[in-house]
Design a protein around this ligand. Structure first.
Ligand code: GLC
Length: 434
């Protein structure tokens, strides 16, 4: 299908010929989006594609050196009849999440939306024939949940895509690389995503690291970023490059680690004190659906991770890998429900808050909203806790779990909270009113 392609491609080319913005000044709308994003604190990531049918995660094409022409035939069998945007968005919303980020095109190169820039997409290449991004976007807009799009910079299936360190065994000839053509394709698709499914609050890039073997490789962000901000000034740009933010980016992303930590080995970059922060994490161990991985983290672990992120002034983007039949895995729905129960009672102690004045400790974290500070105690073996809180005189300390008063004493070095017991709650929250 090529209807409208010229318009999009022409628009993309026109826009991209703008001079490179050396110093990016975010628009008023963009600053508002950043604030809204920061207030949300919790979003759900969705990794869904034709790879879900192989049930071995989203990297299966390169990990198993699947031939690109054979892999493409998977599309002919993709018929996820169980997909219901209404069910997905409702389950996600009930968890307390405020936004969804879905893979529109992952590294395997298959487009999950109706694209005029290729026929290798969900509408043109599958018997299903439905534009799931259209359905999800409409449903998100209807239910009032923000929409973000994951978009891969790399492509293991296109012949014109630049080659980095992955996707080298998929059988593509080497002499077909055509960077200009590939960038025109990406720009046309990004323009489509922003226009067709507006409003889109963020574009989430991934794959930059594929060229870390070629440090001089130019990802042409000076073309991609202004294109996005011109079409949709309020749209946030994030890039999972595992480095400090580049000029033109609106949020800083971390993968599988809390800002400031590096347990997974993908972080270690400086934490921005200006941009909103987000860290993404899996519910089990994989992003895309993996049939053998039923090892889902508990509700307790997931809630505590969300609170740990909020205490570091960051959002949590928690992943689900939907099944090939179009349904969300039962265990993920169970976890959404559990998180939702917690959020219904205590969501206000993370949403709309900022990381607290007391830095994270082994016992937990703090968050704050105006004159109210929340002490989140998640790991303690004692019935009292001293915190180096020096941000003002405390009038009242209340345990939010049971509404009782918490006895305390305060001096110039901090506050001693007398908890009355050794807490074992998911999160024992003491609200401090100044
Ligand atoms: C990594 C993986 C990718 C996944 C992403 C999510 O970059 O390559 O498969 O989508 O992390 O954070």
């Amino acid at each position: 299908m090529t209807k409208g392609f010229l318009t999009c491609a022409a628009a993309a080319m026109l826009l991209s010929s703008a001079p490179c913005v050396a110093q990016y000044v975010p628009s008023e709308k963009n600053l508002i989006s950043r604030e809204e994003f920061r207030e949300d604190r919790f979003g759900i990531f969705l990794h869904w594609g034709i790879y879900s049918m192989l049930a071995t995660g989203e990297w299966t094409m390169t990990n198993n050196n699947l031939n690109y022409r054979e892999y493409a035939k998977l599309a002919g069998g993709f018929c996820p009849e169980g997909f219901s945007a209404e069910e997905w968005v409702s389950a996600i919303k009930a968890s307390g999440a405020e936004y969804i980020c879905i893979t529109t095109r992952h590294h395997d190169g298959f487009s999950m939306f109706d694209s005029d820039a290729t026929d290798y997409d969900i509408v043109d290449a599958t018997p299903f024939g439905r534009d799931i991004i259209r359905e999800l976007a409409d449903e998100c807009h209807r239910q009032g949940i923000a929409l973000h799009f994951y978009y891969s910079l790399i492509d293991w299936g296109r012949e014109d895509a630049p080659r980095g360190r992955t996707g080298l065994g998929t059988g593509r000839p080497l002499d077909t690389v055509d960077q200009d053509a590939y960038y025109d394709f990406m720009k046309a698709q990004i323009a489509e995503l922003l226009v067709q499914y507006a409003p889109v609050r963020a574009i989430w890039f991934d794959g930059h690291w594929d060229q870390d073997i070629n440090p001089d490789f130019d990802w042409r962000y000076d073309e991609l970023y202004p294109l996005i901000h011109r079409i949709s000034p309020g749209c946030l740009i994030g890039n999972n490059h595992h480095l400090s933010p580049f000029e033109g980016e609106d949020i800083q992303i971390f993968e599988r680690d809390l800002p400031g930590e590096n347990k997974a080995g993908l972080s270690g970059q400086e934490v921005s004190d200006a941009l909103p922060l987000e860290t993404c994490q899996t519910m089990n161990g994989m992003w895309g659906y993996k049939i053998t991985d039923q090892n889902y983290k508990s509700v307790r672990t997931l809630v505590q991770y969300l609170v740990e992120a909020a205490g570091r002034d960051a959002n949590l983007l928690l992943n689900i890998g939907p099944q090939p039949d179009g349904r969300l895995p039962e265990l993920s729905v169970d976890r959404l429900r559990g998180i939702g129960e917690w959020m219904a009672k205590y969501g206000h102690t993370v949403k709309g808050t900022r990381g607290g004045d007391v830095p994270p400790h082994d016992w937990g974290v703090t968050t704050k909203k105006g004159n109210t500070h929340y002490v989140h105690i998640m790991n303690i073996q004692d019935n009292s806790l001293f915190i180096p809180f020096t941000s003002g005189k405390i009038r009242k300390a209340t345990c939010l779990n049971d509404g009782t008063k918490v006895a305390f004493s305060q001096d110039k070095d901090g506050v001693l909270l007398k908890l009355g017991k050794v807490p074992s709650e998911i999160d024992f929250i003491v609200e401090l009113t100044l």
